[in-house]
Write a protein that binds this ligand. Structure first.
Ligand code: XMP
Length: 327
């Protein structure tokens, strides 16, 4: 692990000019560190890994091998966007693995949230390790570690997630070009590198993805209801000026059905729960005051467009007593 620390005197990067100075320095450092060797990166499409990828592509082009694992729990359009931006626009060396069936088969019948998280984490490592073994001569692993990750792991708040867990036979030297940056700086650098706004300014999205929003044992049809309702919520928030204003917003589909009526016929289908919260650090959160007319419009769209859903609820609970996610 790199021991590079953020110098106390370092100015916060807020402008494109400052970002470009940082980018030029990093390009030099990356080239010095890796020479003509290959570098591997797990590219989730999140801000940190995307900015790390864009920096490395600029520095070493196709010496970077990006692996995008689709665990089937991504939001609508996400894998497509990763492919479009990195393969299509940046001409990256990108391996796309659709491991949806593998993840969903392993998760079938598993209702306990922590067991679900563990399965998602360990299948992810397996899939990534298999791809890494197929490649020859990779010496380096790049990670989108950022400064708060280092601070939090030093303070014991969270285990530093990225590197952990790769099997013994896969040991790499780490390349962590955004390691000394705060999140807001990573965004400024990403923008300067030409990444699209919806990638750079996107809301936090948990590693286990929609898996923890498809409450209880995941089924493919209910997961689809989570994905489609989430897409409608995001579209409506974007159209109505709430994207970028609300810290995190998403939908949840619990594992029970309720009665309803459509075209004069009784239905027995799932409810969708809407959640929209604001916070500084995710330790506590308040609920966004979403205009009632917008909630009604979203309800109308979700019940009309999402298969298997006949009811929509809005979660009014701050953190505490609730957590942000439902699992
Ligand atoms: P909670 O639900 O604990 O969430 O109030 C706080 C923030 O953390 C995110 N979250 C996760 N992120 N892996 C992640 O990478 C996880 O397992 C996980 N669980 C929750 C959540 O989305 C919120 O932003």
């Amino acid at each position: 692990m790199s021991t590079l620390v953020r110098p106390e005197s370092m100015q916060r990067i807020t402008t494109a000019e400052q970002a470009n100075v940082f980018i030029d320095e990093q390009i030099k450092d990356i080239r010095n560190q890796v020479g003509d060797q290959k570098v591997l990166l797990a590219l989730s499409g999140g801000v940190d890994s995307s900015v790390t990828a864009a920096l490395l592509i600029k520095a070493i082009g196709k010496q970077l091998v990006c692996v995008h694992v689709n665990h089937g729990l991504l939001r609508k359009g996400e894998p497509e966007q990763v492919i479009k931006v990195f393969r299509g626009e940046m001409d990256a060396n990108l391996i796309y693995v659709d491991a949806t069936d593998r993840f969903l088969d392993q998760l079938a019948g598993v209702a306990d949230p922590e067991t679900k998280r563990k399965i998602i984490g360990s299948v992810f490592i397996d899939v990534f390790a298999e791809e890494a073994r197929k490649l020859e001569g990779v010496k380096f692993l790049a990670q989108g570690t950022i400064w708060p990750d280092i601070l939090e792991s030093e303070n014991g708040i969270k285990a530093h997630h990225n590197a952990g867990g790769l099997p013994e036979d896969l040991q790499f030297d780490l390349v962590e070009p955004v390691r000394i940056l705060f999140k807001d700086e990573v965004r400024v650098v990403g923008k300067a590198l030409g990444l699209p706004d919806n990638m750079v300014y996107r809301q936090p999205f948990p590693g286990p993805g929609l898996g923890v929003r498809c409450v209880g044992a995941i089924t493919r049809d209910r997961l689809e209801a989570v994905r489609e309702s989430d897409a409608i919520l995001r579209e409506e928030f974007a159209k109505n000026g709430l994207e970028g204003k609300v810290w995190q917003y998403f939908t949840i589909v619990p594992d029970f059905k309720t009665t309803g009526i459509t075209d004069g016929k009784r239905t027995y289908e799932w409810p969708v729960v809407l959640r929209a919260v604001n916070t500084r650090d995710a330790m506590s959160a308040t609920v966004e005051n979403v205009p009632f007319e917008l909630l009604q419009h979203i309800t109308q769209r979700i019940t009309a467009e999402v298969k298997g859903v006949n009811r929509v609820l809005f979660d009014l609970t701050p953190k505490p007593s609730a957590t942000i996610e439902w699992e």
